[in-house]
Design a protein around this ligand. Structure first.
Ligand SMILES: NC(=O)c1ccc[n+]([C@@H]2O[C@H](COP(=O)([O-])OP(=O)(O)OC[C@H]3O[C@@H](n4cnc5c(N)ncnc54)[C@H](OP(=O)(O)O)[C@@H]3O)[C@@H](O)[C@H]2O)c1
Length: 309
């Protein structure tokens, strides 16, 4: 089947992809390019992959500067929000919210008919929810409370080389044969393959829904972070010993993590604070509503390790 024969083909539709220089966005753009008129919103066009730059409309915009968004949104049908404020500093939660409000206002003004947002899993009722996960949910709430139909996809660790959370797991496992780990080793999580996230995002563009929705997405099975580390080690033929030390607080373990991983200590700290929170699919409507079916965690880890090569 050629791209033009594809049932989803709708070149008339303009899809704005934000975060197009990021992990998810840079992989989503080539995937949807055959089917839509794609506009990439970036802070710095030079950072956009050269191969992509020539095939898309490029719009310069920064969600912290509302005036820069007006032009980016002109003529957009569907706007995909793939931005997080992990790099914004200590008040990232407030900035994340302002960014979402700026984005929403511009989308409303331009008559955008759908927003798709990739956020994070985690239980809203959990009083110990990490600031990062809380902030991901707050961004979703900003969009959900608006008139613009919003599809919010909530995911845990996206497995693939280059994804921040995957890089944490990878560098920990590669560098340390014996790991002294805090309690979060036994926290349940339901990571997801990059391929699956991209498929859900693409399907969301046309998904027939009548109102804004939150869909929880993940691989077929739940694992613990310790189990995930062991799965990764197994795929790489590494022997790893995990020793759980309950007294290592998230703060201390983030300092330690800063020493052993390439992810900046600040970003790593925000991510690791979330490791104490279960991030599993509790509402499995995505499985029934989307045609795409996700793979198992083991398959996702295997695929990620193959991509490393
Ligand atoms: N990766 C995961 O494991 C994972 C898991 C669950 C959910 N998610 C969600 O998926 C989405 C995308 O994540 P990702 O892993 O692709 O992140 P990423 O690789 O860190 O990319 C973030 C993107 O946001 C852009 N950005 C940051 N601040 C901006 C601003 N003020 N204005 C415009 N653009 C800005 C960055 O552009 P610059 O190049 O200009 O910095 C970059 O393109 C996020 O909402 C995240 O919460 C990711």
């Amino acid at each position: 089947m050629t791209a033009d024969d594809h049932p989803n083909n709708n070149r008339q539709k303009t899809v704005l992809v934000t975060g197009a220089t990021g992990y998810v966005g840079s992989r989503l753009v080539p995937q949807i390019l055959p089917h839509y008129n794609v506009r990439c919103m970036v802070r710095d066009p030079e950072r956009l992959d050269a191969a992509i730059r020539d095939q898309v409309e490029v719009a310069q915009g920064d969600v912290m500067h509302s005036h820069s968004l007006r032009e980016c949104m002109q003529g957009v049908d569907v706007a995909i929000y793939l931005i997080h404020g992990l790099g914004y500093g200590p008040d990232f939660q407030k900035k994340d919210r302002i960014a979402a409000e700026n984005f929403l206002n511009a989308a409303q003004e331009a008559g955008v008919s759908r927003i798709i947002y990739l956020g994070g899993l985690g239980d809203d009722e959990d009083p110990g929810l990490s600031p990062h996960l809380k902030s991901r949910h707050e961004v979703g709430e900003v969009f959900q409370a608006s008139e613009v139909l919003t599809i919010e996809l909530r995911a845990s660790v996206v497995l693939g080389p280059g994804s921040l959370s995957y890089e944490l797991i990878r560098s920990l496992t590669q560098r340390l044969p014996v790991m002294i780990c805090p309690k979060w080793l036994s926290t349940p999580t339901q990571p997801i393959a990059t391929e699956d996230v991209l498929a859900y995002l693409q399907e969301s563009i046309e998904l027939p829904v009548e109102k804004s929705e939150v869909f929880e997405i993940g691989s077929q099975d739940v694992v613990t972070y310790g189990g995930l580390i062991q799965m990764y080690a197994q795929e790489r033929n590494l022997k790893r010993y995990l020793i759980s030390v309950p007294l290592l607080t998230p703060y201390l373990s983030s300092l330690w993590l800063g020493l052993v991983t390439p992810t900046s200590a600040q970003v790593g700290r925000h991510l690791i604070e979330g490791l104490k929170n279960p991030t599993v699919v509790r509402d499995d409507r995505a499985r029934k509503i989307f045609s795409h079916q996700a793979m198992t965690t083991q398959e996702a880890v295997r695929q990620a390790v193959e991509q490393e090569a």
